[in-house]
Design a protein around this ligand. Structure first.
Ligand code: DX5
Ligand code: ZN
Length: 214
């Protein structure tokens, strides 16, 4: 069964702690936290202070997705704030090796993300350093976008790449995951399903999380 990680980007930020408690009680496995800096992607979302607040609201692992430039300068701060896993983008300016090493040194699980147009070959040099590979199935920046065509095939290619490398990282998919395509995403290779609008715009969080799990 896939791990289900609600993305709080689509939660009601005025009631963020309640929303985090609600998805925790609804059976979520992880909480996915989208950090955007206005440079790597146009929007600005949240920083370590909000991660700290989320940390106080749940015992679940916090899966922090950094859509920011020079992530190596910031990763330790997010781990101190309570992140269990921190994912950086292979396309970000800065030093990917240093970023992944800093996450590990800070005591969290390093993850590496790639955008829909980025070929899997770009992450090849880092496969021995990561605990999670995040295959973006929308261009990052906003919740509620449609699933990008070809992402199922990319998940399968990622699984094959992992096998060929003899690696054990988890494969996560993020963007446009709904109850109608979750089962196919998991069958295609995703171990972790991120879902924002599918969960937070639904009237019944437990039922939606169950349906996503398949
Ligand atoms: C997009 C974020 C996603 C987003 C997913 O940049 O990384 O985590 O919240 O939202 P949905 O599930 O609505 O596509
Ligand atoms: Zn995300």
């Amino acid at each position: 069964m896939p791990i289900v990680a609600p993305s709080i980007l689509s939660a009601d930020f005025g009631r963020l702690a309640d929303e985090v408690r609600a998805v925790t009680d609804a059976g979520a496995d992880w909480i996915h936290v989208d950090v955007m800096d206005g440079h790597f992607v146009p929007p600005i979302t949240i920083g370590p202070l909000v991660v700290e607040a989320i940390r106080r609201a749940t015992h679940l692992p916090l899966d922090v997705h950094l859509m920011i430039e020079t992530p190596e300068k910031h990763v330790a701060e997010f781990v101190r704030a309570g992140a269990n896993g921190v994912t950086i983008h292979v396309e970000a300016d800065g030093d990917v090796h240093a970023g992944l090493a800093a996450i590990r040194a800070a005591g969290a699980r390093p993850g590496l993300a790639l955008n829909p147009p980025t070929p899997l070959a770009r992450v090849q040099p880092f496969l021995g350093l990561i605990d999670l590979l995040l295959v973006m199935s929308v261009n990052p920046g906003w919740g509620g976008q449609p699933f990008v065509e070809g992402s199922m095939e990319k998940l399968t290619a990622a699984r094959e790449t992992r096998r060929a490398a003899g690696a054990r990282f988890l494969i996560e998919v993020d963007g446009g995951i709904k109850t109608h395509n979750a089962t196919e995403a998991a069958a295609s290779g995703a171990d972790v399903l991120v879902a924002g609008s599918a969960i937070f715009e639904s009237p019944d969080y437990p039922a939606t999380i169950r349906a996503l799990r398949g």
